[in-house]
Each structure stands twice: as structure tokens, then as C-alpha cells.
Design a protein around this ligand. Structure first.
Ligand SMILES: [Zn+2]
Length: 261
């Protein structure tokens, strides 16, 4: 069967002399793996459209076993992501996370939408660190973790002071602090931010300027949940951690150009 699907390349692995095995996340059919014959050769018409992060329409022949990628028509090559080291690092983390947390088992418009919005936002030069945090929070349910963030996870109260509990995976109100000795106290602003990250679609948040300390705090919570509940260890994470420890590795960014410049 020949299908034309809208998709994003999550992964592209050289195979043999001339081929690539690509993993795409499609809007219509979810995650797919396909052989792209000849795509390793620079002159191939599949060479550009099979690069990681490329968003396009893909013609796939499916049947028994691995599908074949016949054609690709790029919509967006995500040029900024490709050219900027920091953007590449965070986008790599996002595609690896989504690849690891999803199976080849049918469409998920939510996951496709999240992947698409996240890469688009990074490509439009929104803060890639904040965008990857959004993805981490929003992928928790896909990973089987459903944090309780709309009320106290123990008594259901919606008023009072709150803390985050890794034991309950969610918020605890001050009346219930005693049930978890390792709660992390949070301010009302941090509480709102966690809810925003979990519930509001990326494109509705707009330009969100977060302080480094805020991002570190949000990251610490979500990554502890992943480490304790999901147990995925991502290759791209160690590169990111290294980048964050040694920011001098990153080239100095020019000031953003004015509109119409
Ligand atoms: Zn409570």
C-alpha cells in the first residue's frame, strides 16, 4: 500500500553502502520506520528529506515488514535547528525522548502536534531549553505518568500552600505535608508554571521568558519524575548536561534582528 503522510524525521541511520533507515513520526499513522534506498548518497532526491528534524510529506510503501520511503517533499527543513548548536542539542533531546516513549502503534495527534509545535518554536528561535521542558512535562502521560496538579493528591484540597511530592507524583497541600518527608516546597508562581507547562499548548504560551533558576527548578522536578517513574536514560541528555555546565562552548549569540531588518 502506498500512503502519503505528513511527518517529521526523528532518526536517520545509515544502512549499508547507500541506504538509510529512517524513523518518522506521522500525523496520520504515528511512528513508522522505513528504508530509504539510496538516501545516503548526496545526489539522491531522498538525501535532504531524510535528515533528522525535517518536516514534510512522505510517500511510504507499507506491507509486511519494514516500509519503504519512496518520496519526500519538504515543508520545512528546520534550518535554524540544523545550524545552531544549542538548538540542535535541545531538538535532539526532544526527538529522542519522543522516539523512546512511543511505540509503532497507531496515530497520536497529540504527540504529533507536540513534536511539530516544539520543533517549529525552536526553529523560530524561542528559548530551546524552555521548549524542551514543555515537551518533558507534556510527555509524562504518554510515558504512563499522570501527575496530580489540579488539587492536593492526597485530600483533594485546592486551597492553601502547596509542595511537590515525588511519592504522590503531584501536589500536596500544607495539611498533607506530613505524609511525604521529602516534599519540595513551591511558591504559587512555581505552581502556576508547572500547571502551564503541563496543560497549555506550546503555541498558546507565546514568548515565555524564564529565568535560568526557574528552568533549573522545573527541570529538576520533571527529570526526577522521569528517573524514578519512567527510567529512560537518553543519550542526548549527557551532551545537553555538558553544554549547560560549560556554556562557554556555545558561540556568542548575536542580538535578534529587528523586524524588517
Ligand atoms: Zn491535602
Amino acid at each position: 500500500m502506498l500512503n502519503k503522510w505528513e511527518g517529521i524525521i526523528l532518526k536517520s541511520i545509515p544502512y549499508g553502502e547507500a541506504n538509510k533507515i529512517v524513523t518518522l513520526y506521522t500525523r496520520e499513522a504515528g511512528k513508522m520506520t522505513a528504508m530509504a534506498r539510496g538516501a545516503k548518497k548526496p545526489a539522491s532526491r531522498l538525501a535532504a528529506v531524510t535528515q533528522t528534524f525535517t518536516y514534510g510529506f512522505y510517500l511510504l510503501r507499507t506491507g509486511r515488514g519494514m516500509g519503504t520511503l519512496e518520496q519526500g517533499e519538504p515543508i520545512d527543513s528546520m534550518r535554524h535547528i540544523r545550524e545552531d548548536l544549542e538548538a540542535t542539542a535541545y531538538a535532539s533531546y526532544i526527538v529522542e525522548l519522543i522516539d523512546r516513549l512511543t511505540e509503532d502503534s497507531g496515530a497520536s495527534p497529540n504527540v504529533f502536534g507536540l513534536l511539530h509545535d516544539a520543533l517549529h518554536a525552536i526553529n523560530e528561535q524561542y528559548d530551546p531549553e524552555a521548549i524542551s521542558l514543555f515537551v518533558e512535562w507534556k510527555m509524562l502521560p504518554v510515558a504512563g505518568v499522570h501527575p496530580v496538579l489540579h488539587q492536593c493528591a492526597n485530600c483533594g484540597a485546592t486551597d492553601g500552600e502547596f509542595a511537590f511530592s515525588f511519592q504522590e507524583i503531584g501536589f500536596l497541600c500544607h495539611r498533607c505535608f506530613a505524609i511525604d518527608p521529602y516534599i519540595v516546597r513551591i511558591t504559587p508562581t512555581q505552581l502556576r508554571l508547572i500547571r502551564t507547562f503541563f496543560t497549555v499548548p506550546i503555541q498558546q504560551v507565546g514568548s515565555l521568558n524564564l529565568k535560568k533558576a526557574t528552568k533549573q527548578f522545573m527541570k529538576k522536578i520533571v527529570r526526577t519524575v522521569y528517573d524514578e517513574q519512567v527510567g529512560v536514560r537518553l543519550k542526548s541528555r549527557s551532551f545537553l548536561d555538558q553544554l549547560e555546565r560549560t556554556p562557554e562552548l556555545l558561540p556568542k549569540k548575536e542580538k535578534p534582528r529587528e523586524e524588517g531588518d
